[in-house]
Write a protein that binds this ligand. Structure first.
Ligand code: DX5
Ligand code: ZN
Length: 219
C-alpha cells in the first residue's frame, strides 16, 4: 500500500520545499497537462527534470497529454521512476509501455472515468500499474466518483487472474472520507492532492491516509 501525494495542489513557487513536506510519502505524483488532452496546463519535462534533482522521494509522472507515444519516453529517460500515459491518447500502447520499461521506469496506463477497462486487459502483461481515474482528469479538488469502484474491482480481478505484481492506483477526490472504499475495491496506490496539500501538516495527512488503509485492511 502506497501514498502518492499530487503536487498539483502544492505551491508552484516553492516546489522543492513542497516536496519536502511529503517526504514520508512513497511517491510524489506529478501531473503533466498539455491543455489539449485536458483543458488545463501545468508543467513539462524541464520542470520534471528539475524536480528529479531535488525530490527526496521517487517521482510518479501522470501524463495527461496528447501523443504520449512521442513524449512519454523522455520522462522515463529523465529518471521518473513511474510513467503513466492515458490509454485514450496512446496510438501504440504496447510499444509505448515497452519503451518506458526499456528506459528503466515502471510503466502504467490510465483510464478516464468513461473509459472501460475490458478492452485493455491484454495490456496487463506490458505494465506495472493501472490508474483508474476517480474524477475527470484536469483539475484538483473535484468530488470523488464512487461509481468508478466497480472498475477498480474489475481491474483487481483481472490482475489476480493475470498473476504478478501489478499495482492499482486511484486518483481524484481521494481523502480520509473516500480512501477506505478505494482500498476495499482493491486499489493499493492512492493519489491525494488537496487532501494532503490542503492540510496544515501535509506529512500528518499522509500518515492519516496510510493509517486508514491499514486499519481498514485489518478488519
Ligand atoms: C487530476 C489529477 C490529480 C489531482 C488530484 O486530473 O490527475 O492527480 O491532483 O487532486 P485531488 O486529490 O484534489 O482530487
Ligand atoms: Zn494525477
Amino acid at each position: 500500500m502506497q501514498i502518492s501525494p499530487s503536487i498539483l495542489s502544492a505551491d508552484f513557487a516553492n516546489l522543492e520545499s513542497e516536496l519536502n513536506r511529503i517526504k514520508n510519502a512513497d511517491w510524489a505524483h506529478v501531473d503533466v497537462m498539455d491543455n489539449h488532452f485536458v483543458p488545463n496546463l501545468t508543467l513539462g519535462l524541464p520542470v520534471v527534470e528539475a524536480l528529479l534533482k531535488v525530490s527526496p522521494i521517487p517521482i510518479d509522472c501522470h501524463l495527461m497529454i496528447e501523443d504520449p507515444d512521442r513524449w512519454a519516453p523522455g520522462y522515463a529517460e529523465a529518471g521518473a521512476t513511474s510513467v503513466t500515459f492515458h490509454i485514450e491518447a496512446a496510438k501504440d500502447p504496447v510499444r509505448l509501455a515497452r519503451t518506458i520499461r526499456a528506459a528503466g521506469a515502471r510503466s502504467a496506463f490510465a483510464l478516464k472515468p468513461g473509459t472501460p477497462f475490458a478492452p485493455y486487459e491484454d495490456l496487463l502483461r506490458e505494465v506495472d500499474m493501472v490508474l483508474v481515474m476517480t474524477v475527470e482528469p484536469g483539475f484538483g479538488g473535484q468530488s470523488f466518483m464512487a461509481d468508478q469502484m466497480p472498475k477498480v474491482r474489475e481491474v483487481r480481478e483481472a490482475v489476480r487472474r493475470h498473476g504478478g505484481e501489478i499495482w492499482i492506483q486511484v486518483d481524484g477526490g481521494v481523502s480520509a472520507a473516500t480512501i477506505e472504499q478505494c482500498a476495499d475495491a482493491g486499489a493499493d496506490v492512492f493519489v491525494a492532492g488537496s487532501a494532503v496539500y490542503g492540510a496544515e501538516s501535509a506529512a500528518d495527512a499522509v500518515d492519516e491516509l496510510r493509517a486508514l488503509v491499514r486499519s481498514h485492511r485489518g478488519h
